[in-house]
Design a protein around this ligand. Structure first.
Ligand code: GLU
Length: 420
């Protein structure tokens, strides 16, 4: 996999390139563009953690609020050896756009800690999480900034964040974080929401072109919370998932993989690699398979100028944040590959985070079918609005999604006015 270890241009600069292009298309006021080209608040923290061997290690962490005009800052926290301030800025910007595209009342945030959680004991992971939470707690609050899971973080980590914040303020505050376990105020359907949303959006895309999911071929890069759930969802609809991958490798079966069996193999062995009813392929080749739908659901910068011209998928649905660079986008557009952007395709996760936050604030909880029905409604509405914008402006779906999302943020900035 072309991990973010490979030298790549600044992710935030790349994000701004797309913002600049959309600003021109919708005649964004120069002051608004200048505001959105920066993040509103950025906190970098360097903090000690006691390791099991008695040593003390210093870690670098970040929390960034890109924009909070439409509501409190919202966005995940990732633990990854190569995360840095630039990446977190880009991810925070995308959260601003994403929340606006699905029209939920949040601004955009992101956080990250530069670390490899696979090397930690449970105790080390808990101590790192609690100290990082304490370090960034001046930014957090149920009305200020609500973190959630992202790459290499999960419900247990969210529970520690909730507990640490709650201990510091002296009362239990479930709504300070989403993606929590059900036992501490999590929402039904939250774990599955991002993957479920990817399938919903793919279904809508195909329907809009007179096609259907059953029998269409799909390749999924990444088998974490997004990729594994999306692959399972595609499999259940009758689509043929011919290839999946994770950090250890990729597997292929032209007749379609039994994803339920792959999920249990991955649970038992820690990887999709070695699944019996499949042949190994290189993770790089997975991205170039001649499938109907390619779902990059791993990390950013996977489809770049280096491989975009060889992509043979007809549709790409971005499960990950930022898997395609802006230059690669141009190549894909020129080759007629239709891309559904991250800010719409993976917005199911933050949408159910919104439901979790609302349920936590009112201490009244919904059933899984209520959550899923409301998610479906929001995603289908957003899809329709983005599709309509792409027709109205005769443009690709990413530009259309930015027109919708950035347009909503700009309108909120205009109506609130500039203080003082
Ligand atoms: N990390 C997820 C994302 O990138 C979810 C964010 C959230 O639920 O706040 O959309």
């Amino acid at each position: 996999m072309n991990d973010s270890t490979s030298p790549s241009p600044s992710a935030f600069d790349d994000a701004r390139t797309r913002l600049d292009a959309v600003a021109q298309k919708i005649a964004l006021p120069p002051g608004t563009l200048a505001q959105l080209r920066q993040c509103k608040r950025e906190l970098a923290v360097h903090f000690p953690v006691k390791m099991d061997d008695g040593s003390v290690k210093i870690f670098n962490g970040y929390r960034v609020h890109h924009n909070v005009t439409r509501g409190p800052a919202k966005g995940g926290i990732r633990y990854h050896p190569h995360t840095d301030l630039d990446e977190v800025r880009a991810l925070a910007f995308w959260m601003t756009v994403k929340c606006a595209v699905v029209n939920i009342p949040f601004g955009g945030a992101k956080g990250g800690v530069e670390c490899d959680p696979a090397t930690f004991s449970a105790g080390e992971l808990e101590r790192l999480t609690r100290r990082y939470t304490s370090e960034i707690s001046i930014m957090l609050g149920p009305d200020k900034d609500i973190p959630a899971p992202d790459v290499n973080t999960n419900g247990q980590i969210m529970a520690w964040i909730m507990d640490t914040y709650s201990q510091e303020v002296g009362q239990t505050v479930p709504a300070v974080v989403t993606g929590k376990p059900l036992s501490v105020g999590g929402s039904e359907g939250r774990i599955e929401a991002t993957g479920r949303g990817v399938v919903t959006i793919t279904r809508e895309l195909l329907l809009s072109r007179g096609e259907q999911l059953p029998n269409s071929t799909v390749a999924v890069q990444g088998f974490g919370n997004v990729g594994a759930i999306a692959a399972g969802g595609f499999f259940r609809t009758g689509a043929k998932v011919v290839a999946v991958s994770d950090v250890r490798g990729a597997i292929y079966n032209a007749k379609g993989l039994d994803i339920i069996a792959v999920q249990s193999h991955a649970r038992n062995t820690g990887s999709v690699v070695g699944f019996t009813d499949s042949e190994p392929i290189s993770p790089a080749d997975l991205l170039l398979l001649p499938v109907d739908v390619l779902v990059p659901a791993a990390l950013q910068n996977q489809i770049t100028v280096a491989n975009a011209a060889q992509v043979r998928a007809r549709y790409i649905v971005e499960g990950a944040n930022g898997p395609i660079t802006s230059q690669a986008d141009e190549i894909l557009n020129a080759n007629g590959v239709v891309v559904v952007p991250d800010v719409l395709a993976n917005a199911g996760g933050v949408t159910v985070s919104y439901f979790e936050w609302v349920q936590g604030l009112q201490s009244f909880f919904w059933s899984e079918s209520e959550v899923n029905a409301k998610l479906e409604q929001i995603l289908v509405r957003a899809w329709g609005q983005v599709r309509a914008a792409s027709e109205r402006h005769q443009t690709d779906l990413r530009t259309a999604a930015y027109i919708v999302g950035v347009g909503r943020v700009a309108e909120a900035i205009a109506v609130r006015g500039i203080y003082p």
